[in-house]
Design a protein around this ligand. Structure first.
Ligand SMILES: [Zn+2]
Length: 462
């Protein structure tokens, strides 16, 4: 019988010494978007393989595919056939730092107060390192884990996981499991843990308005023929309410969810600081919802670009055409098609002067994800977090799109997917001075210790 408390204490005591390991991984500067960093990513992959073998994992290997940065996989399958197999996913690549003003050298760990600064500290090296510390403590204190465990570390998450599905096809065994813990997500605050259960999707469309075969004199024809530029602006304004929020295809928010979303500390102060608002500018009014509901559960629109005349090209003419590219964040559970149809219907009715309107869906985009985090695996996660954090994790959403999550959701929808991580609102992932909160990291390390034990009990077979 494993003494989980003892393992958790040992893992907690091992947190400080893991900082030098974090520093070592981070110093590879494994920037997946930089073609010159490919060799460094490969070196880091080999280092991770060797380190995983050294702590006692089996079958540690670098997974390769033509034209892709590698993945690293390892496993420990000695908990027996009745024990569940838990897959832990993380990514070892990081975002670029070029052009950013860092206060510390970005590719090494610098401790200031209760935070560790460095590119990749929280996104996502601290995420999977928190598992390595937990695993190592189990091997040291208990000679094994309570469940079978597979580790899969990706090297391309920060460029949108373009080959992850190919890795799933080429190495199905590396993913085969009974539950998945995906460690690249956020906690609402250093005191409140989170499990992510929804993502908004993304749709990009182009709206083009055309009137004539050429530009014409605005003095001769103004007030007589329609102006595509003005019409475009008026059409775009149709999409939003008086607050500037997309008013089409709004979702009903579950009252129970809405109630609990008020626990998310997205206060006016947090919004002001996080969104870098100017003095005197206010967050949009809540209108009966919470900021979290608006950010995570409702669709939103942003103008990406327009062909409206730019400064320096002024002339007294009515332009023959105007167009705009829009980005639409799709609410969890909505499809791109649903949003596209709603927008097309709104923009093509009663067009002034019968101007020609063309609406196209652009390449790319991604699905939304809406997940019900219920069942034995999530009860297990609640107990594990309660033991480590002193409270259950909040079910939270993410307003953006994470391709790997949508992909796991699509491929492994029948499995429990536990999305956690060591990011908090002050982490500043993808920007300068990224940091990880040491308390969050330590609590995540011990939560992982409890999570393996709780999942082993909750998902035991036979
Ligand atoms: Zn990440």
């Amino acid at each position: 019988m494993i003494d989980v408390k003892r393992v958790a204490d040992a893992a907690s005591a091992a947190v400080i010494e893991s900082f030098s390991q974090l520093n070592r991984y981070l110093s590879f500067a494994p920037i997946s978007s930089d073609p010159n960093a490919a060799g460094r990513l490969r070196e880091l992959a080999k280092t991770l393989r060797d380190d995983l073998e050294a702590i006692g994992m089996s079958n540690a290997r670098v997974l390769e595919l033509e034209g892709a940065h590698p993945c690293v996989a390892a496993e420990w399958m000695k908990a027996g056939p009745n024990a569940p197999t838990v897959l832990v996913y993380g990514h070892f690549d990081v975002q670029p730092v070029a052009g950013e003003a860092w206060d510390t050298p970005p590719h090494s760990i610098v401790r200031k107060g209760d935070r560790l600064y460095g590119r990749g500290s929280a996104d996502d090296m601290g995420g999977w390192l928190s598992h390595l510390v937990a695993i190592k403590s189990y091997f040291k204190e208990a000679n094994g884990l309570p469940c079978n465990l597979k580790l899969l570390l990706e090297g391309e998450e920060e460029i949108g996981s373009p080959n992850l599905e190919r890795f799933m096809d080429a190495y199905p065994d590396a993913f085969e499991s009974d539950a998945m813990v995906l460690t690249d997500c956020e906690n609402p605050s250093p005191e409140i843990p989170g499990i992510t259960v929804s993502l908004r999707g993304l749709l990009e469309i182009e709206v083009a308005v055309e009137s004539a075969k050429s530009d014409v004199h605005s003095g001769l024809w103004g007030n007589v023929v329609p102006d595509p530029a003005v019409t475009l602006v008026a059409l775009l304004a149709r999409l939003v309410d008086d607050d500037g929020r997309l008013k089409l295809a709004r979702r009903e928010i579950d009252p129970a969810w809405l109630q609990s979303s008020h626990d998310v500390p997205m206060t006016e102060r947090v919004i002001r600081a996080g969104a870098r608002l100017l003095e005197g500018v206010n967050p949009l009014p809540n209108r009966g919802l919470s900021p979290a509901a608006w950010a995570w559960r409702e669709p939103a629109v942003t103008i990406l670009s327009t062909t409206l005349p730019v400064p320096g090209t002024e002339k007294n003419a009515i332009r023959k055409s105007a167009s705009a590219k829009l980005s639409i964040r799709i609410a969890p559970g909505q499809t791109p098609k649903e949003l596209f149809e709603a927008i097309r219907a709104e923009l093509t009715q009663q067009v002034p002067g019968g101007l020609t309107i063309k609406i196209n869906q652009l390449e790319g985009g991604s699905s939304s994800w809406d997940y019900v985090a219920e069942g034995p695996a999530f009860d297990a996660a609640d107990r594990a977090y309660e033991a480590a954090w002193g409270r259950k994790p909040l079910r939270i959403g993410i307003g953006g799109s994470i391709p790997f999550v949508a992909l796991f959701g699509k491929r492994f929808s029948r499995l429990p997917l536990v999305l956690n991580g060591v990011i908090d609102p002050e982490t500043g992932a993808h920007g300068p001075n990224e940091s990880m909160h040491i308390g969050v990291y330590e609590k995540t390390v011990t939560a992982n210790v409890h999570l393996y034990a709780e999942l082993a009990k909750a998902l035991a077979k036979g």
